[in-house]
Ligand binder design. Structure first.
Ligand SMILES: Cc1cc2nc3c(=O)[nH]c(=O)nc-3n(C[C@H](O)[C@H](O)[C@H](O)COP(=O)(O)OP(=O)(O)OC[C@H]3O[C@@H](n4cnc5c(N)ncnc54)[C@H](O)[C@@H]3O)c2cc1C
Length: 400
């Protein structure tokens, strides 16, 4: 795509911003348009469930510590920002993106960076019921948590649910977390380590109820309680639904691009069309050396994929593959959880430092046939990072 005159990045957040940066640092000097449905400039989402929720700073226009860019960098990026504008459709044959209001944007290259949006439950739309993905979501939730709410129920004990529960506990609310599975986070951490992390809820003063679904909500106009499938009713002033996310691909229906729980790409973030790439939470990539595909919902993947996608978009073919070791972190109840690697069901886990039974920090290594596949650290940031580097260098079992 060396002759591109316009590249459009759809999604003005972490992955889109890094793709835009990647294009410029790799010498692209044509027109660069960034389309973002939110009114805000790119900002960081991880704090929204953590310190932003427990703090009281007003991010204001400049977004304060949440900002992912500053005016100087924006000037260097030399992009046209279309904020508060939604891409409605992509016509790959005509090289056009249809925007809200019927406007069409001619483009030679496209970076799809539309991320993900919270899954919902079939519950009545009552006041006091929240999901958390955007800054505006966080502002609404924070205002309610501070307006005298005493009891919070968090539905879903995944990472976001656990972080929100932890923040509610920090704010002094009585918190109950409801999880349909017998134990949260098992697909991510395996049963043994999931059990350890589930213990953080109790340690942090929250109640974790596992193995029960939600049957409905109580309240007229405003939520007053959560009805569980087993008949119990949990009184609630605020309810947060954290049952995972789905990639934002509706606007690509009919574009001809392959969609399968994300935008299908090769291992270099390139779709079937060499001038269309996808990055971040929305991108489902081939895994080099494996029949599997992977869609990560981690900050680090979103950040790193931008550069690879930009290189391949400018080259007009896949000259680089994205093969970074998956990594994420989570802060819950004063503990920092870090995970890196590709654990699979059946891998064994070995504690190499600390003792989870003592409630303090520890470091665990997952293995398959004696070969390390992943690492988990709780409050062991330095040794964890060493292990993460070692894992990134080490050969992985076939197919990972
Ligand atoms: C509360 C919270 C806490 C998190 N904490 C952690 C953490 O501790 N560790 C970690 O590793 N990860 C964490 N994550 C995940 C991390 O933030 C995401 O992986 C990252 O934001 C993905 O970036 P993205 O740019 O792909 O997508 P997003 O950040 O979702 O951005 C996509 C953007 O595209 C816009 N958009 C969507 N559709 C359209 C359209 N049709 N037209 C125009 N614009 C559109 C959206 O409005 C959005 O602004 C957290 C996420 C959340 C929500």
């Amino acid at each position: 795509m060396t002759a591109a005159r316009t590249v459009t990045v759809v999604g003005a957040s972490l992955a889109g911003l890094h793709a835009a940066r990647g294009l410029r640092t790799q010498g692209y000097d044509g027109r660069l348009v960034v389309v973002g449905e939110e009114h805000h400039r790119p900002y960081d989402r991880p704090p929204l469930s953590k310190e932003f929720l427990t703090g009281d700073g007003d991010p204001g226009e400049g977004l304060g510590p949440l900002a992912l860019t500053d005016p100087e960098e924006e000037a260097e990026l030399d992009a046209e920002w279309l904020l508060g504008v939604r891409a409605e459709a992509l016509d790959t044959a005509a090289g056009e993106i249809r925007l809200t209001g019927g406007r069409a944007l001619r483009t030679d290259g496209v970076v799809i960076a539309t991320g993900a949006t919270p899954r919902t439950l079939p519950l009545p739309p009552l006041d006091g019921v929240h999901t958390l993905r955007t800054l505006d979501d966080a502002l609404r939730l924070r205002a309610e948590l501070r307006a005298g709410a005493e009891r919070a129920v968090v539905i879903g004990a995944g990472f976001i649910g656990a972080e929100v529960a932890s923040s509610c506990a920090t704010l002094g609310l009585d918190v109950t977390v409801v999880e349909a599975a017998p134990l949260p986070l098992v697909p991510h951490l395996g049963e043994e380590m999931a059990r350890v992390c589930a213990g953080l809820h109790t340690r942090g003063g929250a109640t974790l109820l596992c193995g029960t679904g939600v049957a409905g909500l109580r309240g007229a106009g405003r939520v007053t309680g959560v009805e569980l499938a087993d008949g119990r009713v949990l009184p609630a002033d605020v309810v947060v639904v954290g049952v995972g996310v789905r990639p934002v691909t509706e606007w690509l229906e009919g574009s001809g691009l392959a969609l399968d729980d994300g935008v299908r790409c090769d291992a270099g973030c390139v779709t079937a069309l060499p001038n269309v790439v996808a990055v971040g939470d929305v991108a489902r990539l081939d895994r080099p050396g494996s029949a599997r595909t992977v869609r990560a919902e981690h900050w680090t993947s979103g950040m790193l994929q931008g550069d690879v996608a930009a290189r391949n978009l400018l080259a007009g073919s896949t000259v680089e593959r994205f093969d970074a070791l998956p990594y994420f972190w989570s802060d819950q109840y004063g503990a920092r959880i870090q995970y890196a690697g590709r654990r699979e069901s059946g891998d064994t886990v070995r504690i190499v430092e600390g003792d989870p039974a003592e409630g303090g920090g520890f470091l665990a290594v997952y293995e398959r046939n004696g070969i390390p596949t992943a690492a988990l650290g709780v409050d062991r940031p330095r040794p964890f990072m060493r292990l993460r580097r070692e894992l990134a260098r080490a050969p992985q079992p076939a197919g990972r």
